[in-house]
Design a protein around this ligand. Structure first.
Ligand SMILES: Nc1nc2c(ncn2[C@@H]2O[C@H](COP(=O)(O)OP(=O)(O)OP(=O)(O)O)[C@@H](O)[C@H]2O)c(=O)[nH]1
Length: 258
C-alpha cells in the first residue's frame, strides 16, 4: 500500500502546492494562505489583496519559526508584527500557520515566511517537521507562567534535534505588561538565554513592546551569519557540517507557480 501524502488546507496535495516548502505529515492539513486566496477567487469571491505572499521581487527569503508552550502568545506576537493587531481572546493554533512579511534590511528586500506553530504537545510531530530549513527561531515563554519558562530547555533541545546547526535563536519573555503577575524575573530569562547561547528580549504583544525589535533583530542576526559565511565561502567547512554559502543564501530567483 502506498504512503498517503499530506495536503494543504484546501486539499491540494503537497507536491501540487507551491507554497508549502516542506512535506506535510500524512493525513494532515495545514493552512496555506495563497491557496485559500485561489479557492476564494475560483468561487467568484475577490482575491485577498495585496497578494504579498506571491510577490516575487525580493533579495532573500528567510524562513522563521515561533515556538514555545501553548498560550505564551506566539500567535499574538505574529499578528502584532504582521498586522499590528491584538486579540485578547485565546484561540489555540491548530497545527501550523504562516504569514509573509517583507522588510528592508541593509538595502536588501527580505521576505520573511513566518511560521506560527501550535504549542500543544499533540501537534509536536507536525510542528517539528517544519523546523528543517528554518533560519531563525523565536522561542517564546510567558513571564507570568513558570511552566512555560521551565519548558524552554526542552524547546531548545527540540531545535537542536530537528533544525540545522546554524539556525539562530532569540529567547522571548512575552507578556511583560503583566508586571503584577510576573513569576519569571528578567534576570532569570537573561541568564538562561546566556546559558543556551541565545539572545534575549522581553516583549508584550498586547502593549506592542519590543515586538518589531525582536523580529528585526532575528533578521539581522541571520544576515550577520550570512555575511560571515560570505567571508569564508571559498573555504571548505572544516568539520563538513559548517554553513556553506549555498545553504545560508536563499536563491533570489526562487519561483512560485502562482
Ligand atoms: N497580557 C497579555 N496577554 C497576551 C499577550 N500576548 C498574548 N496574550 C494573550 O494570551 C493568550 C494566548 O495567546 P496566543 O497568541 O493565542 O498563544 P499561543 O502561544 O499562540 O498559543 P497556541 O496557539 O496554543 O500555541 C491570548 O488570550 C492572548 O490575548 C501579551 O503580551 N500580554
Amino acid at each position: 500500500m502506498g504512503t498517503r501524502r499530506g495536503a494543504c488546507q484546501i486539499g491540494r496535495a503537497v507536491d501540487q502546492c507551491e507554497h508549502l516548502p516542506l512535506a506535510v505529515p500524512a493525513n494532515q492539513r495545514v493552512s496555506c494562505e495563497p491557496c485559500k486566496g485561489e479557492e476564494m477567487a475560483s468561487a467568484g469571491e475577490p482575491r485577498p489583496a495585496p497578494p504579498d505572499a506571491a510577490d516575487q521581487s525580493f533579495d532573500y527569503m528567510f524562513k522563521l519559526l515561533l515556538i514555545g508552550n501553548s498560550s505564551v502568545g506566539k500567535t499574538s506576537l505574529l499578528f502584532r508584527y504582521a498586522e499590528d493587531t491584538f486579540t485578547p481572546s485565546f484561540v489555540s493554533t491548530v497545527g501550523i500557520d504562516f504569514k509573509v512579511k517583507t522588510v528592508y534590511r541593509r538595502a536588501k528586500r527580505v521576505k520573511l515566511q513566518i511560521w506560527d506553530t501550535a504549542g500543544q504537545e499533540r501537534y509536536r510531530t507536525i510542528t517539528t517537521a517544519y523546523y528543517r530549513g528554518a533560519m531563525g527561531f523565536l522561542l517564546v515563554y510567558d513571564v507570568a507562567n513558570a511552566e512555560s519558562f521551565s519548558a524552554v530547555q526542552d524547546w531548545a533541545t527540540q531545535i537542536k534535534t530537528y533544525s540545522w546547526d546554524n539556525a539562530q535563536v532569540i529567547l522571548v519573555g512575552n507578556k511583560c505588561d503583566l508586571e503584577d503577575d510576573r513569576v519569571v524575573p528578567t534576570e532569570e530569562g537573561r541568564r538562561l538565554a546566556h546559558e543556551l547561547g541565545f539572545e534575549f528580549f522581553e516583549a508584550s504583544a498586547k502593549d506592542n513592546i519590543n515586538v518589531k525589535q525582536v523580529f528585526e533583530r532575528l533578521v539581522d542576526v541571520i544576515c550577520e551569519k550570512m555575511n560571515e559565511s560570505l567571508d569564508v565561502s571559498d573555504a571548505p567547512a572544516a568539520d563538513g557540517k559548517g554553513a556553506r554559502l549555498s545553504e545560508v543564501s536563499p536563491a533570489p530567483t526562487r519561483s512560485c507557480a502562482c
